[in-house]
Design a protein around this ligand. Structure first.
Ligand code: GLU
Length: 485
């Protein structure tokens, strides 16, 4: 069966790609790659009012950025196109008429106002609302009357009796009683085909073998199975992924700060780190490890191991994973990736010697959880002026801090230029002279040359900054301290 796996990601371009639908896209992609199948991108833009070309563009762009390339789609075409639903309207019409002709659907003349009124009546009586089927056996007389009133019919699908079983790969067997569903609209009176119909037609015509999507679509599944059968299509396999919830256990939404992929991109998350994290939410690799290279995820992925319970989105864990990827990244690539973030801080980084820049990146990378974090440290490397943070000022007030800084200044003055070795030798000599070590020794030095209490290792910073700059900064700090403390 492996060569027949065809899965699809079917976003509606009514919003940005976010953690939830990105995971759906990723799991489809993984399933295709794992099974040597095809990954299809289909744009579900039948809701013309809410869809926009701009959302579509951004979704495609974000997917490319994540590396989730598709085999067939609106941009690259394919055997079963078009892949944008707005370009397939005639196909949907044809099948809706087929259902009408076969007596599996009927014209419904009820107006939205009437439906709303009846719905509310049921709700006040505490009854779950469902269409009462009154147009199913409409007399010719009533039909003509409605037509004369100028009503335009919607098309409703006849649900019938019985139970629909969904044998879901993730959720197991789920049963739906048809009596709770009620005949539903498949074509609106304004001529717009409805989601459940179009999705069934497209999945069948595009030969989709597995539908992997969020569990919020599970209630649609019995409707889609009934439609598939009525249209004579074979029913694909289903896998409904658990909803991703926030720290407050509520479904992820805009209330949860920054869940769009664009936001993660802007903050400087790495696509592979994001994919690694996404693989951990809603799927269990079967071991303890959390850093899993993409090739291993593909190799080990199975829908059977997708979790049945809600998956919690933990931004801190994502940041931690991203930090690990930054630490392990190829230096040249990391330097390139950091350029836009450094430029944003007003530094003309392209005018800087590339080898020096890479040394700087290497020195700072351990401190970064996102690429954007570089903004906190970039000031350390350029210019004489540094801002001394509040904690830094407290360090400078400590007994002995000024003496340590003066001792370092004296040592630096003695040498022609600063190398890592010189710095390493300098430390014990100061230690001996001042008779202090540990934090009381290193903190004043760090604050004097960076203004901060944390940051890159001093033995890397010293040679990067060089004798002149170090001395100028130290003089300024000592001057500042004598005037202010
Ligand atoms: N277009 C639907 C959505 O954005 C997905 C439909 C499906 O996967 O069946 O939620």
């Amino acid at each position: 069966m492996s060569d027949k796996v065809r899965v699809r990601f079917a976003p509606s371009p009514t919003g940005y790609l976010h953690i939830g639908n990105a995971r759906t896209a990723f799991f489809n992609w993984l399933y295709a790659r794992k099974n040597g199948g095809k990954f299809i991108l289909r744009i579900e833009d039948t809701d013309r009012e809410r869809s926009s070309a701009e959302f579509e563009r951004v979704i495609l762009d974000d997917m490319r950025w994540m590396g989730l390339e598709w085999d067939e789609g609106p941009d690259c075409g394919g055997e079963f196109g078009p892949y944008r639903q707005s370009e397939r309207l005639n196909i949907y019409k044809e099948y809706a008429f087929q259902l009408l002709e076969n007596g599996r659907a009927y014209n419904c003349y009820c107006t939205p106002d009437e439906l709303e009124k009846r719905r509310n009546e049921l709700l006040t009586k505490g009854i779950a609302p469902k269409y009462d089927g009154r147009c199913r056996n409409l007399s010719e007389k009533d039909r003509v009357r409605y037509e004369e009133e100028g009503r335009r019919p919607a098309i409703r699908f006849i649900v019938g009796d019985g139970t629909v079983e969904v044998d879901d790969i993730v959720k197991g067997k789920v049963f739906f009683n048809c009596s709770t569903i009620g005949d539903f609209i498949i074509f609106r009176s304004d001529g717009v085909a409805v989601y459940n119909l179009v999705v069934v037609i497209d999945d069948a015509l595009m030969k989709i073998s597995h539908i992997i999507r969020g569990e919020d679509h599970l209630p649609n599944t019995p409707r889609q199975i009934l439609l598939s059968r009525a249209l004579g299509f074979s029913v694909p396999k289903f896998a409904h992924l658990s909803t991703i919830v926030g720290y407050d256990r509520m479904q992820l939404s805009k209330r949860h700060h920054g869940i769009s992929i664009g936001h993660f991109r802007k903050e400087g998350f790495l696509p592979d780190a994001l994919l690694n994290y996404l693989s951990l939410i809603g799927w269990s690799p079967g071991g303890e490890e959390e850093i899993i290279p993409l090739e291993d995820i593909i190799e080990r992925f199975s829908l059977e191991r997708a979790s049945k319970g809600a998956a919690i989105f933990e931004p801190d864990k994502l940041r931690w994973i991203n930090g690990v990827y930054i630490r392990n990244m190829d230096l040249e690539k990391l330097a390139d990736a950091l350029i836009p973030f450094i430029k944003k801080e007003g530094v003309d980084i392209e005018g800087v010697d590339r080898r020096w820049m890479e040394r700087m990146v290497d020195a700072v990378r351990d401190n970064l959880e996102t690429l954007e974090n570089v903004s906190e440290y970039i000031g350390i490397f350029f210019g004489v002026d540094i801002n001394i943070c509040k904690k830094g000022m407290d360090v400078l007030k400590d007994n002995g801090a000024v003496d340590v800084i003066k001792a370092v200044r004296d040592e630096i003055r003695e040498v022609d230029s600063i190398t890592q070795d010189i710095y390493i030798k300098m430390v014990p000599s100061i230690k001996k002279r001042m008779k202090i070590g540990g934090k009381r020794l290193f903190m004043p030095i760090r604050v004097a040359i960076t203004g901060k209490t944390k940051g890159p290792e001093l033995e890397r910073l010293f040679p990067l900054l060089g004798k002149d700059l170090l001395l100028k900064r130290i003089d300024k700090v000592l001057d500042h301290v004598s005037k202010n403390l």
